[in-house]
Design a protein. Structure first.
Length: 456
């Protein structure tokens, strides 16, 4: 039957997962409705989350806090250290390896995690392998003054990060039922916002005390959350139809190719998600420059605006999942795209302070698109390919992260004569509006595919 919210049929997911009184996740008897965090006897009649569900979703999202904290420390404060041995272009190229690795590594690792079966589960071994690699790189990066050494350690960090990332994301469709998937992503987005905010606010202070300190704290946090997660979560065993054993690289790539070929709705989602990530990456790269250079405002004013934006994004993280679970993911996303796409045009055509209140609405919409895409994709994943699908999500995200700053930068250069008042920086919002509105037809194709699946 159709999933709650009308987003199409729920895929079969084999085992169920339950929470004990302490909120730990573990295997439960098979549930024909799919994998659930807790049994139906524990569900609140009014649809609200029970205490056990809240604990379980908080635990499931915990690694996101460590990953977000570590990645933000590296991408924000490592350039400060690199500035002593490299120029801006080289620094940008080194930090940009994140997006390049995100294009292909999650696909390979995620697909691989579908094909292994160990006593620790399918996904957990990759978390246990990726975390130490990232942690060691975090500890050593600020201790070396050599550009080559730092570059190699940065590469190792991102290898560890993405080895961890895709299998961890695959645990969500493994463990979360359809009626909780929106709220599960709200919990995760809240953890992500907490890690991001703590890194941005506290990282600079820690860097001033002792330069390796923010990196060491990020390493400790990532280690602790991984251990807590490992002890608190027991993966459901692979369904019998999924137990194909370990396979080689060629077989994994063939599985990914088949997944893209046979799942049209997944293809449309990947295109749309890449466009959404492109818009976010463009804004993250040039928002401060738009305010300080384009508008001629102070760094303090920019900080105040970004704090306002952070509040809106956090509000979206908290409420987005609830809205999606109640009204349907596609309905919420479609509405969000119109608000985000058309609202961005305000900043393209005017720099007056009267549009400042609109910042909250546009930032809230952007926050929804940071919260719900993976939740939406969870409903499109075949049960036997959660890892490969999670990798494809990383691929689409990486493509947007790479393209966003490039397209926005080119637009700024080309439109300086047109938007002289902001030295061309207003054109960033033109790029954002264009790609967001362009994504709407692809989202509509996802909707039609879901309806056809339900009808079948």
């Amino acid at each position: 039957g159709p999933r709650p919210g009308g987003d199409g049929p729920a895929p079969s997911r084999g085992r169920a997962c339950a929470t004990d009184a302490g909120g730990a996740l573990h295997r439960a008897p098979a549930d024909p409705r799919g994998v659930a965090l807790i049994g139906s006897e524990q569900r609140a009649r009014d649809g609200k989350l029970t205490r056990a569900q809240r604990r379980a979703l908080a635990l499931l999202g915990l690694p996101t806090f460590g990953l977000a904290l570590a990645a933000t420390i590296v991408t924000t404060y490592l350039p400060v250290l690199l500035a002593e041995v490299a120029g801006p272009a080289l620094i940008g190229a080194l930090i940009g390896t994140e997006g390049l690795l995100a294009i292909f590594l999650p696909v390979l690792i995620g697909s691989w995690s579908d094909r292994v079966d160990t006593r620790f589960g399918r996904r957990m071994p990759f978390l246990l392998a990726g975390a130490p690699l990232a942690v060691v790189a975090l500890i050593l990066m600020p201790l070396f003054g050599s550009l080559l050494a730092i570059a190699l350690l940065l590469f190792c960090f991102f290898i560890g990060y993405f080895t961890y990332y895709a299998p961890y994301r695959a645990l969500y469709p493994d463990l979360v039922s359809d009626d909780l998937r929106g709220r599960s992503q709200s919990f995760q987005a809240t953890w992500r916002s907490a890690g991001l905010g703590l890194a941005l606010v506290g990282g600079g202070v820690l860097l001033g005390i002792w330069r390796p300190l923010p990196f060491l704290i990020a390493a400790v946090v990532l280690s602790v959350v991984t251990v807590v997660f490992f002890l608190g979560v027991e993966e459901p065993p692979a369904a019998e139809e999924d137990g194909q054993g370990a396979q080689g690289l060629r077989a994994s790539l063939e599985r990914v190719r088949s997944l893209v070929r046979d799942q049209p709705a997944l293809r449309w989602f990947m295109v749309a998600n890449a466009l959404w990530e492109l818009s976010i990456a463009a804004l993250k790269t040039f928002a401060v420059l738009y305010i300080t250079v384009g508008l001629g405002r102070s760094a303090g004013f920019a900080s105040a605006v970004l704090a306002f934006v952070a509040v809106a994004v956090l509000a979206a993280a908290v409420t987005g999942g609830k809205l999606a679970d109640r009204f349907g993911h596609l309905r919420v996303v479609r509405t969000t795209l119109w608000v985000y796409g058309l609202g961005s045009l305000l900043f393209l055509f005017t720099s007056s302070l009267w549009v400042v209140p609109a910042v909250f609405g546009v930032a809230f919409a952007a926050g929804i698109l940071l919260t719900l895409p993976y939740s939406l994709m969870m409903g499109l994943m075949p049960s036997e390919s959660h890892g490969a699908a999670a990798g494809l999500y990383g691929f689409s995200r990486g493509a947007g992260v790479v393209l966003g700053p490039v397209l926005a930068g080119v637009a700024i250069e080309l439109t300086q004569p047109v938007f002289q008042a902001t030295q061309g920086y207003a054109s960033v919002f033109g790029v954002v509006s264009a790609v967001i509105l362009l994504s709407i037809p692809f989202v509509r194709r996802i909707d039609s595919e879901a309806v056809e699946g339900a009808a079948a």
